[in-house]
Design a protein around this ligand. Structure first.
Ligand code: M6R
Length: 587
């Protein structure tokens, strides 16, 4: 959801600095944006509807300031208008605030303070108004603390005061990270905002506040006590967070898969074996995640079943709480999340922990809330994933979970060998000829309004994932099915020329899925076969290497590319699909 980024330091171009940094967070929200800065003891605000990447920095060029904050919005409360864009002022203009999250009791606070004081439709305005109200009788820090005690819901906010030369920020449930350099502080919802300036960070936890004046002080809001926080050096580089020569992050991140599988499986073996033992001993293992990460979990159910003969249950994180009846202290919940900040996943973890169960997380973002609040955590090391559509994170998650399944089976070395071979095959597959061919396939189906994808066994969840990829970036209606389910209903949708994609592996179910593909062909479907081998029913053959049980990792990549090209051909922006945000930090 929304991106927030603020700066306090000695550089006098703070407005330009936050303007540039915020562009790196645009994937978090892109319906409107705004900046507040202090100049001559006055808070100035500039806000606009639209994408910051398309805006000019001109309004900030002459603004000498050492204190500024910025926000890119993904609307939850209030339409996409300039007035609803952040920063928001208190009615007396003494406090300005940017916020990510939802203040659930905002109506109550509005009623109490008087509705006439509010001029936007947002929940955020109450943060500024309440702090300003308390600031009348106490210092800025005490006013912010007192206000925080009254907020219900989730927030990461940063506040600036007319009277005080400081930034105050607090979090509960939404990410907030402090980047630290000599005499400079960078507050952001995600690291890429300040990667150019520092890699030294302090992660704020829930119910913590940071007060940045002459120095940064941390406060635990539950006890109101000052606390010390550990500084961590993060290992992402600025280059990794840029798109280089690629037109879009999505394409860059698809191509990164030449290397990311190897990085995902490069884990501490002792740690993997310890986790495998835990899985073996657990009484009830659950897998959970949202969207693409959820489909990864679903495919991993098959991995655990086929490779390790273990029954593992998948539930989407938004549905997981209903499983609480089955949770006991000996249960294990494995959560998968690229961002490590997804609210539904955090909620699933909370439910599991309340029952005394343990949580293993598989995340991409180091130090994320999910990573820090789980009992065990593994990082997939895919580097920053900025396109809203998850690509390299998904194949890295699949690779790591397959490796764990092999470890559970007591065959870690065999799993490693298979995945190393798979990584090398993906490296070969992503060659210019292959890329050109996928573009040709996209050209052939570009004008279709519907696409169906079928798969079987671990390729069935990948059919669902392929549908997500095509839907979210090209807006073509796409649906995935278990191949065998076609004849029970969906085949009625097929008319002559309907594009249907079959994800096929060289495994024991190959003939079954080929039979389903022929049934589609008999109804006039236009068949795109993703398969190591050609079949006469294919109108297009996307040739993929034979990766055995790792085939879901290989098969999903051409569909990521296909979705990318469909998006571009249809004039969409694959990096910023409408209505979506990269990190979904609201329930
Ligand atoms: O950061 P997470 O992996 O927890 O995000 C989960 C989903 O929101 C995410 O996978 C979403 O479905 C992707 N945009 C799909 O490409």
């Amino acid at each position: 959801m929304c991106g927030i980024f603020a700066y306090k330091g000695y550089q006098t171009n703070a407005t330009e600095l936050v303007f540039e940094g915020l562009k790196n967070l645009e994937y978090r929200g892109y319906d409107s944006w705004g900046i507040a800065w202090k100049k001559n003891q006055q808070i100035q605000v500039y806000k606009q509807v639209g994408k910051i990447s398309e805006a000019s920095s001109e309004p900030f060029a002459e603004q000498e300031s050492t204190l500024a904050m910025s926000h890119s919005r993904w609307a939850t409360h209030g339409a996409v208008t300039q007035n609803n864009a952040h920063p928001h002022f208190s009615s007396d203009q003494s406090i300005a605030v940017i916020h990510n999250g939802i203040i659930e009791n905002y109506q109550e606070i509005r009623d109490r303070l008087g509705r006439s004081r509010f001029s936007t439709e947002t929940d955020t305005e109450v943060i500024a108004e309440l702090i300003a109200e308390y600031r009348k009788t106490m210092d800025f820090e005490s006013a912010a603390k007192k206000a925080c005690h009254e907020f219900e819901g989730r927030y990461a906010f940063i506040a600036m005061s007319q009277e005080d030369d400081m930034l105050i920020a607090a979090r509960r449930g939404s990410p907030l990270i402090l980047g630290v350099a000599a005499g400079e502080w960078f507050l952001a919802s995600d690291i890429p905002a300040f990667l150019k300036h520092t890699r030294e960070v302090n992660y704020l936890d829930d119910d913590q506040m940071v007060v940045i004046g002459e120095e940064a002080r941390f406060i635990d809001l539950l006890s109101d006590m000052e606390i010390q926080k550990r500084t961590v050096t993060i290992d992402w580089t600025e280059e990794e967070a840029q798109k280089g020569d690629y037109d879009h992050f999505m394409l860059k991140e698809i191509m990164d898969q030449k290397e990311t599988i190897m990085r995902a499986i490069n884990q501490n073996e002792e740690e993997i074996l310890k986790i495998a033992e835990y899985i073996k001993k657990a009484r009830g293992v659950f897998l959970s995640g949202c969207g693409t990460a959820g489909k990864v979990c679903m495919a991993s159910e098959y991995f655990f079943s086929i490779v390790a003969n273990r029954h593992v249950n998948f539930a989407p994180a938004s549905e997981f709480p209903i499983y609480h009846h089955f949770l006991i202290p000996e249960s294990l919940l494995i959560v998968v999340s690229q961002s490590g900040e997804t609210a539904d996943v955090l909620e699933a973890m909370k439910v599991a922990k309340e029952k005394g169960a343990k949580v293993l997380s598989i995340v991409n973002v180091q130090g994320s809330s999910i990573a820090r609040t789980s009992d065990f955590s593994l990082q997939i090391n895919a580097g920053p994933e900025k396109a809203v559509a998850s690509t390299k994170a998904a194949t890295s998650q699949l690779s790591l979970l397959l490796l764990i399944a092999y470890a559970v089976a007591g065959r870690l070395e065999e799993g490693k060998k298979l995945l190393i071979e798979t990584a090398s095959m993906i490296n070969d597959m992503l060659n210019p000829r292959f890329l050109k061919y996928i573009k040709e396939v996209a050209d052939a189906i570009n004008h279709s309004e519907h696409t169906y994808i079928i798969g079987k066994a671990a390729n069935y969840p990948m059919a669902l994932e392929s549908a997500i990829k095509i839907q979210e970036v090209s807006y073509i209606h796409a649906e995935g099915f278990a191949a065998g389910e076609l004849k029970h209903g969906p085949i009625a949708l097929i008319t002559p020329g309907t594009p249907c994609i079959a994800l096929i592996a060289e495994d024991e179910v190959r003939q079954d899925i080929l039979n389903s593909t022929m049934e589609l062909k008999s109804r006039g479907a236009y068949i795109i076969g993703v398969s190591p081998n050609m079949h006469e029913c294919f109108d297009h053959w996307i040739r993929v290497p034979d990766a055995g049980i790792a085939s879901p990792i290989v098969n999903v990549i051409p569909i990521q590319l296909l979705a990318y090209h469909l998006s571009v051909l249809r004039g969409c922006n694959p990096d910023m699909p409408r209505n979506l945000a990269k990190s979904v930090t609201v329930k």
